[in-house]
Design a protein around this ligand. Sequence first.
Ligand code: URA
Length: 449
Amino acid sequence: MTQKKFNTVSLIRKKRDGRELTSEEIQYLIRAYTDDEIPDYQISSFLMAAFLNGLNDTEAAALTESMLHSGIVVDLSETPGKKVDKHSTGGVGDKLSLILAPIVAACGVPVPMISGRGLGHTGGTLDKLESIPGFTVDVTLDRYKEILKKQNLVLVGQTEEIAPADKRIYALRDVTGTVESIPLIAGSIMSKKLAEGIDALVLDVKYGSGAFMKDKEQATKLAQTLVGIGEKFGKQTIAYLTNMEQPLGNAVGNWLEVKESIDCLNGGGPEDVMEITHLLAGTMIYLGEKADSIEEGIEKSRTAVDDGSAFQKWLDIVEEQGGDTEVVKNPDSYPKAEFIEEVKSQKTGFVTKMDAYAMGMVSVELGAGRRAKEDDVDPAAGFILHKKIGDSVKENETIATLHTNNKGTLTDAKQGMADAVIISDMKPPVGKQIAYKVDKNGVHNYNKG
Ligand code: URA
């Protein structure tokens, strides 16, 4: 199909002046950029204009569609059933994908999951999976389909064929100060998810100090935009607004989080992790039509943990993707970091606040994340929290244990962790884990958390 050509400068001016672009105009910009007809500096100007003046819902949908069709939309019809994925906007200690994906697959819903790597202070599912010796996340599209068909589950990274325009545009946004825009984030996330071949999607939109969106109102707007785009493309989409004021669970760092996920799949995980896991898994099971309601989905999710079928599915997928199942069965046999040190409380009182962003940066300092794109991550690095918000603590009691293979990082990391935990005399109220559910009917208070 021949596409209409526009004057790129006129389109940049139009957005700069706060006017609405037509879907055809947005399609032109994205297509021409992907085909190298428009240089980086012009698309960057457009992105900044969109960042400053916003994109309305029609423009955001056109952007998503253009990026989605810059690559292929995977056909997963060989695997029967409704395919459902989950996406999180990212946080500290967020290992939920590792736990809920095998749960949902064990309940009969196919889960084609394409994940990302750690970004800034937040961890990434791919880095966590790769901490399992031998586990491979780089597969061809044919192998992606084959694993899903065989296991009802596949856990991989983005291939070249999926939304290539987003890949290039995201890299530009990263270096032009245009990441934190609701329509640009929504278009970026949804173009990739829609290209995976899914039928429905559950979104975990995080707010708070450890999240991308610190502010609950902004996060709600992002959730509404994501749900709006998903529904516009005919995919049932449900989002939850969840609390990231402190790290999720106790473990932060790649292998440490895999180990905590194994505990969760064996029925022993921290309560905050399991509450959100069962809610998201239950919603996926409902959207995958293996339960008549979200509540029934949650029951099925709990049963899959209790009867061992979720852990068995986890072992199956680790083996299928080349990982060492022995270490998954005996996580204590994993080589520990060379330097393990405790951070002690300076006073007696209650943990009142945790700066999850600062804690995420401590984990990066210890080696669990990247400062530059090409950095390697240390699978054994990270920390374990022994206290969470609301807990009482005595002077000199251990708050956290730091793990690293780089001794030189310990002084700053210990100070960073101590500074990130606020202890005071009054026991604080403990915030709700789950604030809202957002679906095609709007924003609903979530009252069960
Ligand atoms: N994650 C994405 O995939 N895209 C964004 O723009 C932000 C977070």
